[in-house]
Write a new protein. Structure first.
Length: 271
Protein backbone atom coordinates (compact mmCIF):
# COMPACT_ATOMS: atom_id res chain seq x y z
CA UNK A 1 0.00 0.00 0.00
CA UNK A 2 2.96 2.30 0.55
CA UNK A 3 4.76 2.64 -2.76
CA UNK A 4 8.56 2.74 -2.82
CA UNK A 5 10.30 5.55 -4.75
CA UNK A 6 10.92 3.12 -7.60
CA UNK A 7 7.25 2.20 -7.74
CA UNK A 8 6.22 5.85 -7.65
CA UNK A 9 8.48 6.46 -10.65
CA UNK A 10 6.67 3.68 -12.55
CA UNK A 11 3.32 5.14 -11.51
CA UNK A 12 4.38 8.55 -12.72
CA UNK A 13 5.14 7.10 -16.14
CA UNK A 14 1.93 5.04 -16.27
CA UNK A 15 -0.15 8.08 -15.41
CA UNK A 16 1.80 10.34 -17.75
CA UNK A 17 1.03 8.02 -20.67
CA UNK A 18 -2.61 7.87 -19.57
CA UNK A 19 -2.71 11.67 -19.54
CA UNK A 20 -1.34 11.87 -23.08
CA UNK A 21 -3.99 9.46 -24.31
CA UNK A 22 -6.80 11.50 -22.74
CA UNK A 23 -5.43 14.71 -24.23
CA UNK A 24 -5.41 13.05 -27.63
CA UNK A 25 -8.98 11.80 -27.17
CA UNK A 26 -10.19 15.27 -26.19
CA UNK A 27 -8.60 16.76 -29.26
CA UNK A 28 -9.93 14.03 -31.55
CA UNK A 29 -13.51 13.49 -30.39
CA UNK A 30 -16.25 15.13 -32.42
CA UNK A 31 -19.82 14.45 -33.52
CA UNK A 32 -20.14 11.69 -36.11
CA UNK A 33 -17.20 9.59 -34.97
CA UNK A 34 -17.80 6.23 -33.32
CA UNK A 35 -16.85 5.47 -29.74
CA UNK A 36 -14.46 2.75 -30.93
CA UNK A 37 -12.56 5.27 -33.02
CA UNK A 38 -11.85 7.33 -29.93
CA UNK A 39 -10.89 4.12 -28.13
CA UNK A 40 -8.45 3.32 -30.94
CA UNK A 41 -6.80 6.75 -30.61
CA UNK A 42 -6.38 6.26 -26.87
CA UNK A 43 -4.92 2.79 -27.11
CA UNK A 44 -2.66 3.87 -29.97
CA UNK A 45 -1.08 6.40 -27.64
CA UNK A 46 -0.64 3.77 -24.93
CA UNK A 47 1.39 1.48 -27.15
CA UNK A 48 3.19 4.32 -28.93
CA UNK A 49 4.45 5.53 -25.56
CA UNK A 50 5.74 2.12 -24.53
CA UNK A 51 2.92 0.95 -22.31
CA UNK A 52 2.07 -2.75 -22.51
CA UNK A 53 -1.48 -1.69 -23.29
CA UNK A 54 -4.54 -0.75 -21.32
CA UNK A 55 -4.84 -1.20 -17.58
CA UNK A 56 -8.48 -2.29 -18.08
CA UNK A 57 -10.81 -2.28 -21.08
CA UNK A 58 -11.28 1.36 -22.10
CA UNK A 59 -14.72 2.84 -21.48
CA UNK A 60 -15.71 5.31 -24.20
CA UNK A 61 -19.31 6.16 -23.52
CA UNK A 62 -21.30 8.80 -25.38
CA UNK A 63 -24.52 10.21 -23.93
CA UNK A 64 -26.63 7.77 -21.92
CA UNK A 65 -24.02 5.01 -22.33
CA UNK A 66 -22.15 6.80 -19.56
CA UNK A 67 -24.88 5.68 -17.16
CA UNK A 68 -23.75 2.07 -17.72
CA UNK A 69 -20.83 1.89 -15.30
CA UNK A 70 -18.65 -0.64 -17.11
CA UNK A 71 -19.79 0.09 -20.66
CA UNK A 72 -17.09 -1.33 -22.94
CA UNK A 73 -18.99 -2.06 -26.16
CA UNK A 74 -17.88 1.35 -27.50
CA UNK A 75 -20.03 0.86 -30.60
CA UNK A 76 -22.21 3.96 -30.80
CA UNK A 77 -21.87 7.07 -32.89
CA UNK A 78 -21.05 10.29 -31.05
CA UNK A 79 -23.76 12.95 -31.18
CA UNK A 80 -23.63 16.70 -30.79
CA UNK A 81 -25.22 17.86 -27.51
CA UNK A 82 -24.06 14.72 -25.72
CA UNK A 83 -21.26 14.30 -23.24
CA UNK A 84 -18.50 11.77 -23.74
CA UNK A 85 -17.29 9.87 -20.71
CA UNK A 86 -13.87 8.28 -21.12
CA UNK A 87 -12.46 6.03 -18.41
CA UNK A 88 -9.12 4.72 -19.64
CA UNK A 89 -5.64 4.09 -18.31
CA UNK A 90 -2.35 2.64 -19.48
CA UNK A 91 -0.41 -0.22 -17.98
CA UNK A 92 3.32 0.53 -17.94
CA UNK A 93 5.68 -2.11 -16.58
CA UNK A 94 2.54 -3.49 -14.95
CA UNK A 95 1.78 -0.27 -13.05
CA UNK A 96 -1.56 1.25 -13.91
CA UNK A 97 -3.10 4.62 -14.60
CA UNK A 98 -6.84 5.17 -14.21
CA UNK A 99 -8.35 8.44 -15.47
CA UNK A 100 -11.91 9.50 -16.21
CA UNK A 101 -12.96 12.68 -17.92
CA UNK A 102 -16.39 13.75 -19.21
CA UNK A 103 -16.65 16.52 -21.78
CA UNK A 104 -18.97 17.80 -24.53
CA UNK A 105 -18.71 15.99 -27.86
CA UNK A 106 -19.80 19.19 -29.56
CA UNK A 107 -18.87 22.75 -28.66
CA UNK A 108 -20.59 23.31 -25.32
CA UNK A 109 -22.38 21.83 -22.34
CA UNK A 110 -26.17 22.07 -22.25
CA UNK A 111 -27.46 23.87 -19.12
CA UNK A 112 -28.41 20.54 -17.51
CA UNK A 113 -25.06 18.92 -18.31
CA UNK A 114 -23.24 21.96 -16.97
CA UNK A 115 -25.24 22.08 -13.74
CA UNK A 116 -24.50 18.43 -12.99
CA UNK A 117 -20.87 18.71 -14.08
CA UNK A 118 -20.26 21.61 -11.69
CA UNK A 119 -21.50 19.47 -8.81
CA UNK A 120 -19.29 16.52 -9.69
CA UNK A 121 -16.28 18.80 -10.14
CA UNK A 122 -16.79 20.46 -6.78
CA UNK A 123 -17.26 17.05 -5.15
CA UNK A 124 -14.07 15.78 -6.75
CA UNK A 125 -11.96 18.77 -5.73
CA UNK A 126 -13.21 18.67 -2.16
CA UNK A 127 -12.64 14.91 -2.05
CA UNK A 128 -9.07 15.33 -3.29
CA UNK A 129 -8.47 17.85 -0.47
CA UNK A 130 -9.28 15.03 1.96
CA UNK A 131 -6.50 12.84 0.57
CA UNK A 132 -3.74 13.58 3.06
CA UNK A 133 -1.66 11.93 5.74
CA UNK A 134 -3.63 11.05 8.85
CA UNK A 135 -7.05 11.24 7.24
CA UNK A 136 -9.32 8.23 6.92
CA UNK A 137 -9.35 6.77 3.41
CA UNK A 138 -13.15 7.17 3.65
CA UNK A 139 -13.09 10.95 4.12
CA UNK A 140 -13.01 11.62 0.36
CA UNK A 141 -16.17 9.57 -0.16
CA UNK A 142 -18.00 11.24 2.71
CA UNK A 143 -17.42 14.75 1.40
CA UNK A 144 -18.25 13.68 -2.16
CA UNK A 145 -21.58 12.22 -1.02
CA UNK A 146 -22.33 15.43 0.85
CA UNK A 147 -21.57 17.77 -2.07
CA UNK A 148 -23.45 15.60 -4.57
CA UNK A 149 -26.53 15.19 -2.38
CA UNK A 150 -26.63 18.92 -1.63
CA UNK A 151 -26.23 19.70 -5.33
CA UNK A 152 -29.06 17.38 -6.33
CA UNK A 153 -31.29 19.04 -3.75
CA UNK A 154 -30.47 22.48 -5.15
CA UNK A 155 -31.44 21.29 -8.64
CA UNK A 156 -34.69 19.86 -7.32
CA UNK A 157 -33.72 16.30 -8.21
CA UNK A 158 -33.83 15.25 -4.56
CA UNK A 159 -35.93 16.75 -1.83
CA UNK A 160 -35.59 16.66 1.91
CA UNK A 161 -33.17 17.49 4.65
CA UNK A 162 -29.52 16.93 3.74
CA UNK A 163 -28.47 14.80 6.70
CA UNK A 164 -31.50 12.57 6.40
CA UNK A 165 -31.06 12.12 2.65
CA UNK A 166 -27.46 11.06 3.24
CA UNK A 167 -28.35 8.75 6.11
CA UNK A 168 -31.07 7.11 4.00
CA UNK A 169 -28.73 6.97 0.98
CA UNK A 170 -31.22 8.74 -1.27
CA UNK A 171 -28.31 9.83 -3.46
CA UNK A 172 -27.64 6.24 -4.48
CA UNK A 173 -29.79 6.11 -7.62
CA UNK A 174 -27.52 8.91 -8.90
CA UNK A 175 -24.20 7.99 -7.29
CA UNK A 176 -24.03 4.28 -6.67
CA UNK A 177 -20.31 3.58 -6.41
CA UNK A 178 -17.45 4.45 -4.08
CA UNK A 179 -15.22 7.48 -4.55
CA UNK A 180 -11.91 5.69 -4.94
CA UNK A 181 -9.70 2.65 -4.73
CA UNK A 182 -6.05 1.86 -4.18
CA UNK A 183 -4.07 1.95 -7.42
CA UNK A 184 -0.80 0.31 -8.37
CA UNK A 185 0.13 -3.09 -9.76
CA UNK A 186 -3.57 -3.74 -10.02
CA UNK A 187 -6.14 -1.16 -11.07
CA UNK A 188 -8.10 -2.06 -7.99
CA UNK A 189 -4.89 -2.61 -6.07
CA UNK A 190 -4.57 -4.91 -3.10
CA UNK A 191 -4.85 -3.23 0.27
CA UNK A 192 -7.21 -2.79 3.17
CA UNK A 193 -9.99 -0.22 3.30
CA UNK A 194 -11.53 -1.20 6.59
CA UNK A 195 -10.71 -3.73 9.29
CA UNK A 196 -13.91 -3.60 11.34
CA UNK A 197 -17.34 -2.06 11.63
CA UNK A 198 -16.44 1.10 13.54
CA UNK A 199 -15.87 4.47 11.93
CA UNK A 200 -12.26 4.50 13.12
CA UNK A 201 -11.62 1.16 11.45
CA UNK A 202 -11.17 2.80 8.05
CA UNK A 203 -7.52 2.76 6.95
CA UNK A 204 -5.57 5.91 7.77
CA UNK A 205 -3.77 7.43 4.81
CA UNK A 206 0.01 7.63 4.85
CA UNK A 207 2.63 9.04 2.52
CA UNK A 208 3.20 6.73 -0.43
CA UNK A 209 -0.41 5.58 -0.77
CA UNK A 210 -1.95 6.06 -4.20
CA UNK A 211 -5.72 6.27 -4.43
CA UNK A 212 -8.18 7.29 -7.13
CA UNK A 213 -10.77 10.01 -6.53
CA UNK A 214 -13.76 9.53 -8.82
CA UNK A 215 -17.19 10.81 -7.84
CA UNK A 216 -19.97 10.80 -10.41
CA UNK A 217 -23.59 11.56 -11.12
CA UNK A 218 -25.59 9.32 -13.44
CA UNK A 219 -29.17 9.94 -14.46
CA UNK A 220 -30.17 6.86 -16.35
CA UNK A 221 -33.07 7.06 -18.82
CA UNK A 222 -34.46 4.17 -16.74
CA UNK A 223 -34.09 5.93 -13.40
CA UNK A 224 -36.96 5.31 -11.03
CA UNK A 225 -37.57 7.91 -8.37
CA UNK A 226 -37.97 6.65 -4.82
CA UNK A 227 -41.51 6.91 -3.46
CA UNK A 228 -40.91 10.10 -1.49
CA UNK A 229 -38.74 11.71 -4.17
CA UNK A 230 -39.52 13.81 -7.25
CA UNK A 231 -39.91 12.30 -10.70
CA UNK A 232 -36.90 13.21 -12.81
CA UNK A 233 -37.85 15.39 -15.82
CA UNK A 234 -36.74 13.99 -19.15
CA UNK A 235 -34.26 16.78 -19.85
CA UNK A 236 -32.03 15.44 -17.06
CA UNK A 237 -32.14 11.86 -18.23
CA UNK A 238 -29.30 10.20 -20.11
CA UNK A 239 -26.56 12.32 -18.54
CA UNK A 240 -23.67 10.45 -16.92
CA UNK A 241 -20.64 12.24 -15.49
CA UNK A 242 -17.54 11.02 -13.67
CA UNK A 243 -14.25 12.78 -13.03
CA UNK A 244 -11.32 10.67 -11.85
CA UNK A 245 -7.75 11.50 -10.90
CA UNK A 246 -4.96 9.42 -9.41
CA UNK A 247 -3.64 10.92 -6.20
CA UNK A 248 -0.38 10.21 -4.40
CA UNK A 249 -0.33 10.96 -0.68
CA UNK A 250 2.81 12.92 0.16
CA UNK A 251 4.29 14.27 3.38
CA UNK A 252 3.21 17.78 2.31
CA UNK A 253 -0.33 16.88 1.20
CA UNK A 254 -0.98 15.19 -2.08
CA UNK A 255 0.22 15.09 -5.65
CA UNK A 256 -2.42 14.70 -8.38
CA UNK A 257 -0.54 12.52 -10.86
CA UNK A 258 -3.14 13.06 -13.58
CA UNK A 259 -3.74 16.79 -13.13
CA UNK A 260 -2.59 17.64 -16.67
CA UNK A 261 -5.86 16.48 -18.20
CA UNK A 262 -8.26 19.46 -18.18
CA UNK A 263 -11.40 19.24 -16.09
CA UNK A 264 -12.48 22.87 -15.82
CA UNK A 265 -15.56 23.66 -17.91
CA UNK A 266 -13.89 26.50 -19.82
CA UNK A 267 -10.99 24.25 -20.82
CA UNK A 268 -13.27 21.60 -22.32
CA UNK A 269 -15.69 23.69 -24.39
CA UNK A 270 -14.95 24.77 -27.97
CA UNK A 271 -11.92 22.51 -28.05
MN1 LIG B 1 -11.00 3.96 -11.04
Amino acid sequence: MVKSPAEIAMMRRATEISVKAHLRAMEYAQPGLYEYQVQAEIEHVFRQEGAEGFAYPSIVAGGANACVLHYIENNDQLQDNQLLLIDAGASYRYYNGDITRTFPIGATFTPEQKALYEIVLEAQKKAIDEVKVGNSCRAAHEIAVCVITQGLVELGLLKGELEKLIEEEKYKPFFMHGTGHWLGLDVHDSGTYKIGAAKEDWTTLEAGNIITVEPGIYISPYIKAAEDQPEIPERWQGIGIRIEDDVLVTTEGNDILTAAVPKEIDDMQHR
